[in-house]
Design a protein around this ligand. Structure first.
Ligand SMILES: *Cc1c(COP(=O)(O)O)cnc(C)c1O
Length: 462
């Protein structure tokens, strides 16, 4: 399989080079030249597969000319051996129309572990077989950084630097990142918000000399391997529900950077018959506004109870737009230039109709999020984290009578106790989270200033 850029100005690359490139050299995002389609018969066969087996089947379609099957298999089993649930992403039935797919059983209790545990193994593998120096650089609104650090800590040939917005991540998120004492890890705590952090990262990756000189590698969901790893649990959830008879299956996804939901869109394109793909956001509702009006326009930034979705610029949106424009890189580039010039993208007519057919979307208000947490605790004794609660609110808004909805639980509630406490619910922390509060922290606070950040990077990467 080969990969090209959404903007059309990168020569086709193989899988490993695509992973190493991260953001495409022309500023676009890498996508497969052709999306493989899984036949309904094949899907039926996949029903009996474990998560790991399913992962191998899906990845083989994208990597098999480059990564020997046995190597891939070893990486997959090592990655998911670190999860606390044997099913990796267990499905919890709440009632006849609602299932929750628990994506938080990895080392950092959020869904990012699913892709980043594998990515850590993959980078380590690439460092070995290619003799590549891997210097990971990324920005996080909390969960990506923690998961990426856990994915590569202590691994030979890899250094990782993560920027997070100072005092704007939850306490547990901060502790998960900063209590790691391996010498290959640097935490920069930036005086600004997540979009400020991401902007610096984007500029550094766009500077090809800098990127080349320091061997910079991405872990953000602009990296196609993360998108692909996340498609696995869409298939897994769908197939686990079994033959739901005449019931159609929707999937509701707490969304920020559009990475997770784009994986669902990709799964659909691969032939998974998802009925409605539901985008759940919080008050930072750029995606909801896009689906309702056809206008994609980054607006003001609001801090909410679901900080991992406090994002105004949804990086992966460009991938979706590319497919909406029928893979026309020239048109896509025009739209992206328009976004840079006018601060917005507008689609109308037939294109807009397709957006509305592709997604349903709901921006959930802060109070509603807390109400949902209280309601599900009371009615079902099931504690939701605030991100998952947004997903459940969207299920309540869009789930139809002959439908089943799988809502993705993107984090464990213990990660966001600040919000849970406001509902009056007292939760017990799992032991690995309680232990964090006793450990020393390692981080460097920096101004939101590119030059200051570059100095820290140069000192760390050497
Ligand atoms: C990252 C994250 C999200 C948003 O996922 P995207 O892929 O950025 O849309 C939602 N919930 C939690 C808990 C997260 O960590």
């Amino acid at each position: 399989m080969e990969y090209i850029s959404t903007r059309g100005n990168v020569e086709a690359r193989g899988f490993i080079d695509t992973v190493l490139m991260g953001l495409a050299d022309d500023g676009g995002l890498m996508v497969p030249v052709q999306i493989p389609v899984i036949s309904p018969d094949m899907l039926e066969e996949w029903r009996k597969l474990s998560f790991q087996e399913l992962f191998l089947e899906i990845f083989s379609h994208y990597t098999n000319d480059e990564i020997p099957y046995d190597d891939l298999k070893e990486m997959v089993y090592t990655s998911y051996g670190n999860f606390r649930a044997p099913e990796v992403t267990p499905l919890h039935k709440v009632n006849d129309s609602l299932y929750v797919l628990e994506l938080f059983h990895g080392p950092t209790f959020a869904f990012k572990d699913v892709a980043l545990q594998f990515m850590g193994e993959l980078y380590s593998y690439i460092a070995k077989v290619r003799g590549e120096i891997i210097h990971i650089l990324g920005a996080t609104s909390g969960d990506t950084g923690a998961a990426a650090i856990q994915g590569v800590r202590g691994k030979e040939g890899i250094k990782i630097c993560i920027l997070h917005p100072h005092n704007k991540v939850s306490k547990v998120q901060e502790l998960q990142m900063t209590t790691v004492d391996d010498s290959n890890v640097l935490n920069l705590s930036v005086e600004g918000n997540f979009d400020d952090c991401q902007k610096v990262i984007k500029e550094l990756f766009a500077d090809l000399d800098f990127k080349g000189k320091y061997h910079l590698r991405a872990i953000n969901s602009i990296n196609f391997v993360r998108i692909l790893a996340q498609t696995v649990y869409y298939f897994y959830a769908y197939l686990q529900i079994g033959n739901s008879g005449s019931k159609k299956i929707n999937i509701s996804v707490p969304s920020g950077n559009f990475g997770n939901i784009f994986s669902g869109f990709l799964a659909q394109k691969m032939g998974l018959p998802i009925n409605k793909l539901i985008i759940a956001t919080n008050e930072n509702n750029i995606l909801e506004r896009f689906v309702l009006t056809g206008e994609y326009k980054p607006g003001g930034f609001t801090s909410t109870y679901s900080p991992s979705m406090d994002i105004q610029v949804a990086s992966n949106f460009e991938r979706y737009l590319y497919y909406l424009l029928d893979e026309d890189a020239v048109k896509l580039s025009e739209y992206m230039a328009g976004l840079a010039a006018d601060g917005k993208i507008t689609v109308d007519g037939e294109l807009f109709a397709r957006v509305q057919a592709d997604f349903a979307a709901l921006g959930v208000k802060n109070q509603q999020c807390l109400d949902i947490i209280g309601k599900y605790q009371q009615e079902y004794s099931y504690l939701l984290d605030p991100h998952t609660a947004c997903g459940i609110a969207a299920y309540e808004a869009f789930g139809g009578p002959d439908e089943v909805t799988v809502t993705f639980a993107t984090a464990h509630p213990a990660k966001f106790d600040e919000a849970i406490a406001l509902t009056g619910i007292k939760q017990e922390f799992p032991a690995p989270i309680s232990a964090l509060f006793e450990m020393p922290q390692h981080m460097t606070v920096v101004e939101h200033d590119k030059a200051a950040i570059v100095r820290e990077l140069q000192a760390f990467y050497g």
